[in-house]
Design a protein around this ligand. Structure first.
Ligand code: ADP
Length: 251
């Protein structure tokens, strides 16, 4: 028995990196997957190789039709929707004084509008489902924020602003949908992926770089029934770097 047997999950940006690892972790826990990416991906075959079920919906998450197609695929193909993992993202790094309108708009659009569109559609589905089923339902949202919302991030004013918005959206989702049985949390992962490698640079001495496989179990947990009393929280996943901040001085 997996913790997510009988549950249906959507993961955006699941073609590579963090989203792929998250989709595989949810499939291992027993969920049926609707995966999304703009790029080509083998993730459906990988999920099927695990014995899981998956369907790919190609498309841009900042396009309303993609969000619609994702929720429709979950309900029509797998009979419902229980988990939404908003992960798709892009970087257009530039110092503030050089940033173009297009670089600003694209990053805000893909991250913030992307999170909004799918969250809204899932929320509408869950509210309807709750009303038809005695008032509550099963809904889990895991959003992808970043510690950049708190500390800034050099050369990423667009990304930091989008992640601040996503954090606030997560809290609003948690508060607004709690009564329907929906839980919403955000993760701030510092995982090394194709997208983030250039930004994070080398890991500090003594610390193995955090891989997507270190982050994915947290997402599977937050998606699970066990996380039923956890909502409106922001989880920073730093991968042991905190140990370097305060080396022990007492035996
Ligand atoms: P990370 O795993 O750190 O989020 P990656 O580059 O590894 O970064 O993964 C981000 C994923 O999101 C990629 O697979 C990328 O193709 C996908 N992606 C980028 N933009 C969009 C978009 N507009 N809609 C859907 N997926 C997207």
């Amino acid at each position: 028995m997996g913790a997510l047997d009988g549950k249906v999950a959507i993961v955006t940006g699941a073609g590579a990196g963090l989203g792929r690892a998250e989709a595989l972790a949810l499939a291992r826990a027993g969920a049926d997957l609707v995966v999304n990416d703009v790029a080509d991906t083998d993730v459906v075959a990988e999920i099927e190789a695990l014995g899981g079920k998956a369907l790919l919906v190609r498309g841009d998450v900042s396009d309303a039709d993609t969000a619609k197609a994702l929720t429709a695929a979950a309900v029509d193909r797998f009979g419902g929707l229980h988990v939404v993992v908003n992960n798709a993202g892009v970087l257009r790094d530039r110092m503030l004084f050089n940033m173009s309108d297009e670089e600003w708009d694209l990053v805000i659009r893909v991250h913030l509008r992307g999170h909004f569109l799918l969250s809204r559609n899932a929320a509408a589905y869950w509210r309807g489902h709750a009303k038809a089923n005695g008032g509550t339902t099963y809904g889990r949202v895991v959003n992808t924020a970043s510690e950049a919302f708190l500390f800034g991030s050099e050369g990423q004013p667009n990304y930091a602003a989008a992640k601040a918005g996503i954090t606030a959206l997560t809290l609003a989702t948690a508060r607004g949908l709690a009564k329907y049985g929906v839980r919403a949390n955000a993760i701030c992962p510092r995982a090394r992926t194709a997208m983030t490698a250039a930004v994070f640079g080398a890991a500090p001495a003594g610390v193995d770089p955090l891989s997507p496989d270190h982050v994915a179990p947290l997402v599977a947990y937050l998606a699970s029934p066990a996380a039923e009393r956890i909502s409106g929280q922001v989880f920073v996943v730093y991968g042991g770097m905190v140990a370097l901040l305060a080396p022990p001085t007492v035996e």
